[in-house]
Ligand binder design. Sequence first.
Ligand SMILES: Cc1cc2nc3c(=O)[nH]c(=O)nc-3n(C[C@H](O)[C@H](O)[C@H](O)COP(=O)(O)OP(=O)(O)OC[C@H]3O[C@@H](n4cnc5c(N)ncnc54)[C@H](O)[C@@H]3O)c2cc1C
Length: 443
Amino acid sequence: MTEAIHIVGAGPVGTLLALLLARRGQRVHLHERRADPRTAAAERGRSINLALAARGLRALEAAGALERIQGGMVQMTGRMLHEESGATRLLRYGQRANEVIWSISRAELNRELVAIAGESPLIELSFERRCIDADSERELLRFHDAVRDVEHEVAAGIIIGADGAGSAVRQALAAQDRCHASEEPLEHDYKELHIAAGADGRHRMEAHALHIWPRGNFMLIALPNRDGSFTATLFLPRTGAHSFATLDSAARVQQFFAAQFPDALALLPNLAAQFAAHPQSPLATLHCWPWHAGRTLLIGDAAHAIVPFHGQGLNCGFEDCLVLDALLQKHPDVAQAFAHFEAERRINTDAIAQMALENYQEMRDTVRSADFESRKTLANELERLYPQRFIPRYSMVMFHPEIPYVDALQRGIAQERLLDVLLSQNIAADSEAARQLLFEAGL
Ligand SMILES: Cc1cc2nc3c(=O)[nH]c(=O)nc-3n(C[C@H](O)[C@H](O)[C@H](O)COP(=O)(O)OP(=O)(O)OC[C@H]3O[C@@H](n4cnc5c(N)ncnc54)[C@H](O)[C@@H]3O)c2cc1C
């Protein structure tokens, strides 16, 4: 295609898509609201990270970017559960050595992707250029240029909105009645806190784990950073007995952490100051349909933002890029490729949205129960006996990109029913009866 593709948003999804498209000779123009991350100073005191898993890694590899970002990743082999007493135990994510996930700084990931994009002669990058309107019929984009403080229009042709959960492209489509979007808010908000490295520059808790303090209706988690620090996130209801509303003074914050997360408090000497300074942010699932109008398309969080509890939002956005790139190669008609993209992806993004919500319950509560451990042990045994037929749902989502999310959801339901029967009737995993039940369940 000789015509350039205009991508709004040089976040991780927009930039990765640009890299994939450019690899097969496609010209791309990336328009980003923020300053150029290669030269702009990073936000001070914030080192927010996220977890990458197989789906995300596969897309980074296809774009030729994995090698460049690998050095910034910290391996996490499982969940380190912290009890109220301070006692800890590690629950491994998978059974094989490669069944691990990776913590990475968002800013570093984005900066490196932009740096790679900047090296491609086919990718034009424009920063401090905020999209304020997108017209899918006239194929126009309107921007506010922050450097010159002027507005201007670009004849864009093919437009891809990768501008995140608050997407301006989506809002423009909705205003033209070309799509309908609604948010399903979670009643819990989140706040990020920084756990500094020790005086020796090393991690003050196990570095290769995702730490969780599950407390029933709320939780604290912490992911390791390369520099020896951790980024902790408190997920808590907005209102109610234990809620952000009740944490309205330094003393109350201190008391709450002392009662609920005493070992984390010991690592947060400046807790009250951080708590006051860092924003309390909402979480929601975005429902939007359709994702395309003519030759304008939404992708990543702009189309299907989800709650973060499966650590899949970005992994899923990266997977979007792989699917779209393949469809654009297959269908020379761009509008047709976009229609296929929607048809293929929507069932999968709906599935991961549901699993992400369900995983919150698991992380903050179920993970603590003895029943959870016995189910996990049995599930692992079944996986060892029938590796092609029984794969725990978490593993399907995180370690098996060849299994679409929607299949992981459906197989997960059948597997849970099987576990119910085996456990309630005390049937051993390696028995003939278990084998029969597995086949009868269609697994
Ligand atoms: C607390 C939390 C934890 C998370 N943890 C994980 C995790 O562990 N693993 C995981 O896979 N996902 C995680 N996610 C989800 C992940 O952050 C998102 O799915 C991902 O950032 C989406 O990427 P994106 O490029 O689509 O959007 P964004 O990252 O939002 O990027 C959008 C880009 O568009 C730009 N932009 C916005 N508006 C405009 C405009 N009008 N004009 C021009 N540019 C614009 C923005 O500046 C930005 O650069 C988490 C999310 C949250 C909130």
